[in-house]
Design a protein around this ligand. Structure first.
Ligand SMILES: Nc1ncnc2c1ncn2[C@@H]1O[C@H](COP(=O)(O)OP(=O)(O)OP(=O)(O)O)[C@@H](O)[C@H]1O
Ligand SMILES: Cc1ncc(C[n+]2csc(CCO)c2C)c(N)n1
Length: 263
């Protein structure tokens, strides 16, 4: 069975800077960052600095414009805004304010208005675009980090999780200030390398879409041993990570979630 590795190295405070090492470590990720229209997480600047591509989903641009300066209270607002300018703003453009749009157009940000499409969410539109422009590379698989995807409006939250399922062959990680979630595709041996300085110990495994007939884990306080999970039956919430590596195997796609520690 194919082994799939997962590691939240993107949460480590400037791993590369502290080591004064510009060459990526074996587990460092190449990723695109999408900013959604929810409060910016406090670690947004860290994610921003190491992203290959930075995209705002419609009203996510308002958050970048309004809230990034709040994370740098001692710096000039205009300086912070022009330092943190996205490569792209995409969506149906019903939430971005005119002054924000005008500012980023002036800064050279590309704008894609898809107001004609009222059947896919702004996040879906952004993920579709990134998959088109960033080719897959087996050595360094494309990863998409999504800031502001959890909490907030429940329909939006479910829509964001649905994007994980629609693009199940792409590594997408949904983040809030408090936790992250991603898919563990079925029929793989997943090895999750826990970054205990920045994540855990609370975690969960949720069967998404279909029940799981058999799931097996190691490294958790309450491990599964060929256990069945389904909505309406057992789902693993409030579990605890006990080892540096958690392994998961299942006959169905599962959602993995782990808490994020405060900086
Ligand atoms: N309260 C929220 N909770 C979770 N995600 C959100 C929330 N608000 C916005 N988002 C995410 O940010 C994206 C951009 O949101 P925005 O407010 O600009 O547009 P919207 O018109 O509400 O969303 P959409 O056009 O996608 O239906 C949404 O597609 C969604 O993924
Ligand atoms: C069954 C169904 N439910 C809701 C919508 C509306 N909708 C879905 S995604 C989206 C956002 C566009 O940016 C909107 C308005 C639809 N089209 N079809």
């Amino acid at each position: 069975m194919e082994v799939m590795y997962h590691s939240s190295t993107f949460l480590l405070p400037s791993e590369r800077d502290t080591l004064n090492n510009t060459s990526p470590s074996p587990f460092s990720l190449s990723y695109a960052l999408i900013i959604l229209n929810q409060r910016l997480p406090s670690f947004a600047p860290l994610l921003w600095d190491h992203a290959q591509l930075r995209v705002c989903a419609d009203g996510g641009a308002n958050r970048l414009f309004d809230e990034m300066p709040l994370l740098f209270p001692h710096q000039d607002i205009s300086y912070v805004r022009s330092r943190y300018k996205p490569n792209l703003i995409k969506g149906d453009m019903d939430s971005i304010r005119k002054e924000v749009l005008d500012f980023y157009v002036e800064q050279g940000t590309k704008i894609i208005d898809e107001s004609h499409d009222q059947d896919s969410t702004d996040l879906h539109k952004c993920v579709r675009h990134i998959c088109e422009v960033m080719p897959k590379n087996d050595k360094s698989p494309l990863c998409i980090l999504v800031a502001g995807a959890l909490g907030g409006r429940f329909d939006h939250e479910m829509g964001n999780i649905n994007v994980l399922c629609r693009f199940s062959n792409t590594r997408i990680i949904l983040l809030s200030e408090d936790c992250l979630i991603h898919l563990l595709p079925k029929n793989h041996c997943h090895k999750i390398l826990i970054q205990s300085s920045s994540e855990g110990p609370h975690c969960g495994l949720i069967p998404i879409g279909t029940p799981s007939g058999s799931s097996t884990t190691t490294g958790l306080k309450w491990n599964l041993k060929n256990t069945e999970m389904r909505f309406g039956g057992l789902v693993s919430t409030s579990n605890i990570v006990e080892e540096d590596i958690v392994t998961v195997q299942s006959d169905s796609d599962l959602l993995w979630t782990i808490s994020i520690k405060k900086l």
